[in-house]
Design a protein around this ligand. Structure first.
Ligand code: R5P
Length: 313
């Protein structure tokens, strides 16, 4: 692995350091800072000529700045003759506009994939894309890792699996929730949100019998926390014993942490794909688990041209 270089943008220094520690490598010396007018300034301070380089950068809040850092770091590596550039993007932002559901809507996920590719990235390594088909927005190899094994390990260590039920908080998340349910051999239920008539409030129907169950909501993103807290309320109203959530990307913007802290959710577990804020770290019912070993292993296998998918067998 002597020809690997790991570079960190500013989005999640702690995760980058944990990945580097897993691989037993130092982070490459590089400055990623701002000019006085807040433009991004990048300077790579080590030779990378002919080397296999990995930029670790989530395009999380502030998404525009972090995306720009990733693009400019890529440009710097390309001009410095790196042999291969892999964008390691634990959280791929701008993923939620991934199709055109209405006239005059953008497909931001495709635009961002184009930007990353055109900047000079050779391959992408990411985790739990909002929609699996975003992989196809990149015309370069793209590995979409699953956070599920990290969650399953945590669930097995902490919960009595005999009474657990996995819940998808909406119809769109069923495939993801089913995959986790299969790994712990648990039944699956679905929250079906419906607005019967325009102007009427949304009704939550639960498909499945959750009475007396320890429910685990599984999703890719928790942003405002609205989806999560409403689903938790609906499950408890149907007799669920308790509700926890395992969600890969803790976007947690605005008043999300306060909303979740005040909710009946027993616990929200998120990964460190996004750097947790101080509010997240001190919240009494939010816990962060690390995907650093998963990312580190995938980077190591990529460098050695070994199978990454077998990580999930
Ligand atoms: C939706 O398709 C996603 O999977 C999440 O359920 C959604 O982004 C969560 O957003 P919020 O926390 O703002 O309800």
């Amino acid at each position: 692995m002597s020809d690997i270089k790991l570079l960190a943008g500013n989005s999640n220094r702690a995760l980058s350091e944990a990945i580097a520690a897993y691989l037993g490598l130092p982070l490459t010396k590089c400055q990623v800072r701002r000019f006085a007018d807040m433009e991004v300034f990048v300077e790579i301070q080590e030779n990378v000529r002919g080397l296999d380089t990995f930029i670790i950068q989530s395009t999380s809040f502030p998404a525009n700045d972090h995306l720009m850092e990733l693009l400019i770091m890529t440009d710097a590596l390309r001009r410095a003759s790196a042999r291969r550039i892999t964008a390691v993007v634990p959280y791929f932002g701008y993923a939620r506009q991934d199709r055109k559901p209405a006239p005059r809507a953008p497909i931001s996920a495709k635009l961002v994939a184009n930007l990353i590719t055109r900047a000079g990235v050779d391959r992408v390594l990411t985790v739990d894309l909002h929609a699996g088909q975003i992989q196809g927005f990149f015309d370069i190899p793209t590995d979409n890792l699953f956070g599920a094994p990290v969650m399953v390990r945590d669930i097995k260590e902490r919960l009595d699996l005999n009474n657990v039920m996995v819940i998808s908080p909406d119809v769109g998340g069923v495939v993801r929730a089913r995959a986790l349910a299969k790994r712990i051999d648990a039944p699956l239920a679905i929250v079906d949100k419906r607005r019967e008539r325009a102007g009427e409030s949304e009704v939550m129907n639960i498909i499945g019998d959750v009475a007396g169950k320890s429910c685990i909501l599984v999703d890719d993103i928790v942003d405002s926390g609205g989806t999560l807290c409403n689903a938790a309320e609906a499950l408890l109203a149907k007799g669920a014993k308790e509700v926890r959530a395992y969600i890969t990307h803790g976007v947690l913007s605005g008043g999300a942490v306060a909303r979740i802290s005040a909710s009946k959710l027993k616990e929200l577990v998120v990964t460190d794909s996004i750097h947790p804020t101080e509010a997240v770290r001190v919240a009494k019912n939010i816990r962060v688990i690390s995907i650093a070993p998963l990312m580190g292993e995938a980077i190591g296998r990529t460098a050695k041209e070994e199978s990454v998918s077998s990580l999930f067998d």
